[in-house]
Design a binder for this molecule. Structure first.
Ligand SMILES: C[S@@+](CC[C@H](N)C(=O)[O-])C[C@H]1O[C@@H](n2cnc3c(N)ncnc32)[C@H](O)[C@@H]1O
Length: 177
């Protein structure tokens, strides 16, 4: 499988910080390699996610402020494909095989407020999860789970400081090293 980066478009300070943080956490936990928060620098979200990655491990990258159009065009120039998650796109089950068999680096675009119409044209696939409006966090989670074919638990997060030990009845964290 190629590299997977999420592009978050339309992030607004304060108002969207919590949801954007959840987009980042979900992307990281479900196997994406990184996230780009387009157009606006948000050092607070960046440092929150870097701290999580430092404690729990892995190589998740985060940057903010790069213009969304430039990000998409650069990605295409490097041979990557664009998946735009939108309620108006084709049904996920109808396109996931084609996306996975393409076996290319993919940029997954998710919005916040209204998405620029140009994104629909730049995308290789406009993909819908259920053809109903929903949260970008939920849409991203479902897409990544299908893309990874339910193997998220197998992802390794090296060089962390702590690890969650699955437990039936208590919060259990183990220090590493
Ligand atoms: C809460 S929605 C707001 C969309 C905005 N009202 C509009 O009309 O463009 C934010 C983002 O969630 C994602 N999203 C929402 N529903 C979706 C669905 N059913 N399938 C895929 N992505 C979805 C899209 O990326 C969208 O830009």
């Amino acid at each position: 499988m190629g590299k997977v980066i999420v592009l978050r478009i339309g992030h607004r300070f304060f108002r969207d910080s919590r949801v954007t943080t959840h987009v980042c956490l979900t992307a990281r936990a479900l196997g994406a390699d990184g996230i780009i928060i387009a157009d606006r620098h948000d050092k607070t979200v960046e440092s929150t996610i870097r701290e999580v990655a430092k404690r729990f491990g892995g190589d998740f990258s985060i940057e903010s402020g790069k213009p969304w159009r430039r990000t998409i065009l650069d990605w295409r120039d490097m041979g990557g494909k664009i998946v735009h998650l939108t309620a108006y796109g084709l049904k996920l089950p109808d396109v996931i095989q084609e996306i996975n068999e393409a076996d290319r680096d993919i940029l997954i675009v998710v919005g916040s407020e209204k998405m620029p119409g140009e994104v629909f044209k730049l995308a290789d696939w406009n993909v819908s999860i259920t053809s109903q409006p929903m949260s970008e966090v939920a849409a991203l989670a479902v897409f990544l789970d299908w893309h990874l074919e339910n193997h998220a638990f197998e992802k390794v997060f090296p060089r962390g400081e702590i690890r969650i030990v699955p437990s039936r009845g208590q919060k259990n964290i183990e220090r590493i090293g």
